[in-house]
Design a protein around this ligand. Structure first.
Ligand code: ADP
Ligand code: MG
Length: 236
C-alpha cells in the first residue's frame, strides 16, 4: 500500500510546478490524490470557485498564502484540499499526531468546517477532531494528542497548550487561520500571538480573511513566511 502511495505522490509532485490556475476548470485539472478527488465528487463538488482556483495550486507548491475573498466564496475547500494533500504526501498516520491545525473564530464556524472536512476527507485515513470546549474536557484532552487534523477555536486551543500536559504541536505541518478578521474582532489577537509562538516554525501557513485590516496584516506578518497574496474580487 505504501509503495503505491509513493508512486502516486511522486507523479503528483512532478505536476505541481506546471499548475496553471487560469486553465483549471474542474478539480480533476489539479494534480490531486485519487482519495481527495473521490471525496470531492462524492460531495458533489466538481468545479473550483475563484478563490479555490487561485490558491490551491500555490498551496500545493508549498507556499504560505494570504487569501482575501468575501464570505461565501468557498474559502473552506481552498484550505481543506491542501491539508488533505499535504498529509497524504507525508503518509501521515494517527501515530504521527497533529499534522494540521485549523483555527476558526467561533464554535459554529469550526463545526461547519469540521462537517465539510468529514465529507471531503471520507476516503482518507486521517483522524479529525473538533476542539471547541464544552462538557467533555477529558475526552478532548485525549483527542488533542492523537488527532491528525484539529479544528479549534483560539481560546480553547490556548487552554490545551497551557494545561494539557502531553499536548504537543511539534509535528505540525500546516496551519490554517480561517476568518482571521473575525478572530481578531472577537478579541483573540493576544491569544493568537501566544498560540503562534508555541508552533514549530517549519510549517506551511494559510491565512484567509474576508477583509484586510491593519490587525490582519499584523497577524499575517507574525504567522506567514514570504506569502503569496491571493485576492478575489466580486465581478461588477
Ligand atoms: P466562505 O468560507 O468563503 O464563506 P464556504 O467555504 O463556507 O465560503 O462556501 C460557501 C458555500 O459554497 C458553501 O455552501 C459551499 O458548500 C459552497 N461551495 C464551496 N465551494 C464550492 C464548489 N467548488 N462548488 C460548489 N459549491 C461550493
Ligand atoms: Mg469560511
Amino acid at each position: 500500500k505504501w509503495q503505491l502511495i509513493d508512486e502516486e505522490v511522486a507523479v503528483l509532485k512532478t505536476k505541481y510546478s506546471e499548475i496553471n490556475s487560469s486553465k483549471v476548470e474542474k478539480f480533476t485539472d489539479f494534480p490531486l490524490s485519487k482519495l481527495t478527488l473521490d471525496g470531492l465528487s462524492a460531495s458533489k463538488y466538481s468545479k473550483p470557485t475563484d478563490i479555490q482556483r487561485e490558491s490551491i495550486g500555490l498551496a500545493l507548491q508549498g507556499h504560505d498564502i494570504l487569501g482575501a475573498a468575501k464570505t461565501g466564496s468557498g474559502k473552506t475547500l481552498a484550505f481543506l484540499i491542501p491539508i488533505l494533500e499535504h498529509l497524504y504526501r507525508e503518509k501521515w498516520t494517527p501515530l504521527d499526531g497533529m499534522g494540521a491545525l485549523i483555527i476558526s473564530p467561533t464554535r459554529e464556524l469550526a463545526f461547519q468546517t469540521f462537517q465539510v472536512l468529514k465529507k471531503i476527507g471520507t476516503s482518507h485515513d486521517f483522524s479529525a477532531g473538533l476542539v471547541i470546549g464544552g462538557k467533555h474536557v477529558r475526552e478532548e484532552k485525549e483527542r488533542m494528542t492523537t488527532t491528525n487534523i484539529v479544528v479549534c477555536t483560539p481560546g480553547r486551543l490556548l487552554e490545551h497548550m497551557e494545561e494539557t500536559f502531553n499536548f504537543t504541536a511539534d509535528s505540525l505541518q500546516i496551519l490554517v487561520l480561517d476568518e482571521a478578521d473575525r478572530i481578531l474582532d472577537l478579541g483573540f489577537a493576544e491569544a493568537m500571538n501566544a498560540i503562534i509562538e508555541n508552533l514549530p516554525a517549519s510549517r506551511q501557513t494559510l491565512l484567509f480573511s474576508a477583509t484586510q485590516t491593519k490587525s490582519v496584516k499584523d497577524l499575517a506578518r507574525l504567522s506567514l513566511k514570504d506569502p503569496m497574496y491571493v485576492s478575489v474580487h466580486e465581478h461588477a
